[in-house]
Design a protein around this ligand. Sequence first.
Ligand code: HEC
Ligand code: HEC
Length: 318
Amino acid sequence: MLANIIVWLVLLAVAVAAGYGVWRAWHLRRPALKWSATPLAGLLTLILVLFVVLIGVGIVKAYTPRGNPVVERTVESTPERVARGEHIARVLCSSCHSLVSGELPMSGGKDVLADTGIPFGVATAPNLTPGGRIDEWSDGELQRVIREGTYPNGHLMTIMSSQTFRVFSQEDLDSIVSYLRSQPAVESAEEPKQSLTPLAMAMLTLGAVPVKPVPDPEVPPAVQRGPTAEYGGYIAGFIDCALCHGDDLSGGTEPFLPLGPNLVTVKSWTAEQFIDTMRTGVSPTRGPLDPDEMPWESFGLLDDDELTALYEFIKSVR
Ligand code: HEC
Ligand code: HEC
């Protein structure tokens, strides 16, 4: 945070100096010099001002306290909840919070920004066992972190908050918390590394690092589990198929994200073909799917009912 503010102040100072340069250039006596230097200095000032605004707005977005008030609750852990939470963690959270997707406990993962090839900074998915800092957070604070991406101190969780965990029902949130707390405590080697560069701040402003607005404080009602389109919609919501496949799964358009194809093709498949595709990563239409682009290895861990539900859901929207 401090480093970004310092960079911003330096940029602001340079922009002011460049602005003064425009004024000086405009008052040069020799017309040739005046008419060549003024536009150049003007252009430089404009670019600098643009960055000052983009980075400044991003800093305000990232560090202004936000979020719904913490709803204090004490989650009662039951074997069913731990099992359900473990299933969700394996399918959904371990791809980032473990070094190997699908592997538990989640003692810390990779830097999810490492492969972007753009200097956005570092965002290492932290240790989520009781050996990490979640142990210091109440159940209510932890659920707010997961549901809306607001840290206990009110700061925005920049990278993960773009996930759609706000659709989770209260029962699933309780299950996730029960599971996280049931893991063996693995000590963190060091503090989780998370530092975003001024460029990432500018991207926050531009929306290229997507930040979802604070959700409704009301947790949505639970959807009956089963192989139905409605339950499939719930799963597609928390896994966020639309992130890469676009609204209504009609094809992705987001920059910096894999461009998922229009899923209308699934309509011509049987449920078995769809389940096979999600488990083997080989599509009847496209052949092998790149697991770095389409995370089928994690999604294939969904059970038969859940995958059938997804199939029914895709057919109902496309
Ligand atoms: C796309 C990768 C990704 C996925 C998937 C993901 N996380 Fe995260 N998570 C992160 C990153 C990165 C951070 C660090 C904060 C940031 O920069 O967003 C984080 C931070 C957290 C934190 C804060 C922990 C701390 O010590 O600061 C919690 C709690 C958390 N995640 C829970 C979950 C749960 C539960 C799931 C699954 C339902 C999940 N995450 C799925 C990437 C991910
Ligand atoms: C991180 C981005 C991403 C997410 C999230 C994602 N997909 Fe994909 N998906 C892709 C990409 C990219 C491809 C094309 C991959 C290729 O051709 O190698 C793809 C391909 C597919 C295909 C094969 C389509 C065809 O025509 O053969 C299916 C089916 C599919 N995805 C279903 C889903 C479902 C269901 C979800 C949510 C549970 C989902 N995807 C979430 C990126 C994603």
